[in-house]
Design a protein around this ligand. Structure first.
Ligand SMILES: Cc1ncc(COP(=O)(O)O)c(C=O)c1O
Length: 427
């Protein structure tokens, strides 16, 4: 049998779908090309313009979706392409997995490395931040008495993974408390520095704290920790695809991880792990793979048969993301957050748990109401106003986390503002 090229194989089933996806992506590129000279901050406030981006998403009419920090809906052109990849891979099934998937995954990795500004040899595609960070935490060669530093506001799964290492290896965890409203970067750096001892080997820090949206001065924390001989693992679950940065801006951090289904707009179940070249060798893989050398990051990436179409759709998400441009995306997201927090900050009975300084937050913020428990507040917002948020009640934070996305409108945020004010006034 004549061997068919991938194009011939795939052309039979999804040519129409692929063509329409490319047309949609190209139309987004044209749309943004028209505003190439408009400053991101000016464009951020142009509701009419962003309305045309909203049209690229299918938005539920049942409620106002303001919990986009967990996982955000994929834009239609990316979703169409993803469905096309599912069909394509399904059509030739094992043939695709045996002949094509490894090369395709490397090609996607190349594009992700470009976005993060790192070498391909320091990056792998994982399923999510949890898998990435837990690979590092569990792959560390912990000895009894070794110490790690982290914050109470860090993500629960990672804190649990550190606790597991403590039980298993007798290492010790020091948990710090990050101020909700810091006066300076130095104040935050000092909190972490105080917890370091001569036995500290690893420090975990969130690039953006998920429960409040506070952005931490990661570069300064990394530089301080490195001066003390401590490695730093950055939890970037909420920053890749939301903030305008490259890995070099994080002070040479040793490890960085993110989930692509949060802010890059890729389908559920996609993430990255960056390990600095000189740190790869010492990490033990979670799943063994003797086909790669100890200093090849791919040794950390053997998860067995996995959904390859998801990896392929990352490329489509990158194209959509690139067309918007990270500076414009970050500016619009910050604008949306400031739009509602500026209206409720200082209102009697409303407590905003996110710092007010511009550089300390972007899309996500958190607010509570005196006298209303967070779970009750989230329920009231949903039942009475059809506004979906998530309750946060821990690590000194009591409120609801609100996370708009590119498709969020200021009209929707007005509903939130009016609801918060009405509920606070009724207390
Ligand atoms: C700060 C932080 N780290 C890690 C994670 C885990 O992400 P995932 O569930 O995609 O692995 C989350 C999820 O929301 C998070 O907010």
């Amino acid at each position: 049998m004549r061997s068919l090229s991938k194009r011939e194989f795939l052309g039979s089933i999804s040519a129409t779908l692929v063509a329409s996806t490319f047309a949609s992506l190209a139309s987004i590129e044209r749309l943004f090309a028209q505003v190439a000279t408009v400053a991101p901050d000016a464009l951020a406030a142009d509701e009419e313009f962003w309305e045309s981006i909203r049209k690229r998403y299918t938005i539920t009419r049942d409620f106002i979706q303001l919990e986009n920090g967990y996982y955000a809906a994929t834009a239609e052109p990316v979703l169409d392409s993803y469905i096309g990849h599912v069909r394509d891979v399904n059509l030739i099934s094992s043939y695709y997995m045996r002949t094509q998937q490894a090369d395709d995954k490397l090609a996607v990795r190349r594009e992700l490395a470009r976005l993060l500004g790192c070498s391909e040899a320091e990056l792998i595609i994982t399923r999510n931040t949890t898998e990435s960070l837990d690979t590092v935490i569990s792959g560390f060669d912990w000895k009894p008495g070794d110490e790690a530093v982290m914050a109470e506001s860090d993500y629960g799964s990672m804190l649990d993974m550190f606790k597991l290492q403590a039980r298993r290896h007798g290492m010790v965890n020091h948990v710090v408390s990050v101020p909700l409203h810091p006066q300076s970067d130095d104040e935050i750096v000092a909190v972490y520095e105080k917890a370091i001892t001569p036995k500290t080997r690893l420090l975990m820090v969130c690039h953006m704290i998920n429960i409040t949206g506070q952005i931490l001065p990661v570069k300064k924390i990394v530089e301080m920790a490195h001066r003390r001989g401590v490695q730093v693992m950055v939890d970037g679950a909420h920053t890749f695809g939301q903030l305008d940065f490259a890995i070099a801006d994080l002070g040479g951090c040793d490890y960085y991880a993110s989930s692509l289904h949060k802010w890059l707009g890729a389908p559920l179940g996609s993430g990255i792990l960056h390990v600095r070249k000189d740190r790869i060798k010492a990490l033990w893989p979670m799943f063994a793979d003797s086909s790669f050398a100890d200093d090849d990051i791919r040794k950390l990436n053997h998860t067995g048969t996995h959904p390859a179409p998801t990896d392929l759709a990352i490329r489509d998400a990158i194209r959509f993301h690139d067309a918007i441009g990270i500076a414009r995306k970050a500016a619009r997201l910050r604008h949306l957050q400031r739009y509602w927090t500026d209206k409720v900050r200082g209102v009697k009975g409303i407590v905003v748990n996110t710092p007010g300084a511009m550089e300390r937050s972007c899309a996500t913020a958190n607010a509570g109401i005196d006298g209303i428990a967070p779970a009750e507040l989230a329920k009231m917002l949903f039942d009475r106003y059809r506004v979906f948020t998530v309750a946060i009640d821990g690590a000194g934070v009591r409120g609801v986390r609100v996370t708009p996305q590119l498709f969020t409108t200021t009209r929707e945020l007005d509903v939130l503002v009016d609801a918060l004010k009405a509920l606070a006034a009724a207390q």
